[in-house]
Design a binder for this molecule. Structure first.
Ligand code: GDP
Ligand code: MG
Length: 163
């Protein structure tokens, strides 16, 4: 089976934007579990000659504060179960939020590689704001911009190199 990359992060950091950029029009499966709402999307793609499946764990996201914490916990647990590599996404414009810390706590327990992606780094000025995310404890953050298509190659390179 192909290795699986999961994208995890609180609502609105840009997970789906990146997911769509990575898979283009190659969406393979939209999982609709009976009795639950659609909670994740599966796609497939390849980078540097390495094929992979990728999960957008935030298929539905509810935006009340309680539900955000519940939903990010579920996403992180799911990623730990299913993925070979986890992309943990945060938002440079928001800084580190309580929900980011919640995700971090869970991902620390994962015996899987975690790649920290700082999204919405739309220009060079925002680049220096990525340093605070070292504080999350997942090593060097990779600066990306989903809407400007910046850094996605670097992100995928890091992901496929950890298979
Ligand atoms: P998700 O909830 O994590 O899946 O986030 P979405 O992909 O739905 O994006 C949430 C919002 O952030 C949308 O309004 C996007 O247009 C916006 N967004 C996504 N990527 C970027 C980016 O790189 N820069 C900026 N400025 N906005 C972005
Ligand atoms: Mg989404």
């Amino acid at each position: 089976a192909k290795p699986i990359i999961a994208i995890v992060g609180r609502p609105n950091v840009g997970k789906s934007t990146i997911f769509n950029r990575i898979i283009g029009d190659r969406l393979a499966i939209v999982e609709d579990k009976a009795g639950s709402t659609r909670d994740r999307l599966y796609g497939s793609s390849e980078w540097s000659g390495k094929a992979f499946n990728i999960i957008d764990t935030g298929g539905i996201e509810i935006n009340s504060d309680d539900d955000i914490l519940r939903s990010v916990r579920m996403q992180a647990e799911l990623a730990i179960d299913e993925a070979d590599v986890i992309i943990f996404m945060v938002d440079v414009k928001a800084g580190i939020t309580p929900a980011d810390l919640e995700v971090s706590q869970i991902l620390f327990r994962a015996r899987k590689p975690v790649i920290l992606a700082v999204n919405k780094v739309d220009n060079m000025q925002l680049q220096e704001d990525t340093y605070e995310f070292y504080g999350l404890g997942f090593g060097e953050p990779i600066a990306i911009s989903g809407s400007h298509a910046i850094g996605i190659g670097d992100l995928l390179e890091a992901a496929v190199n950890s298979f």
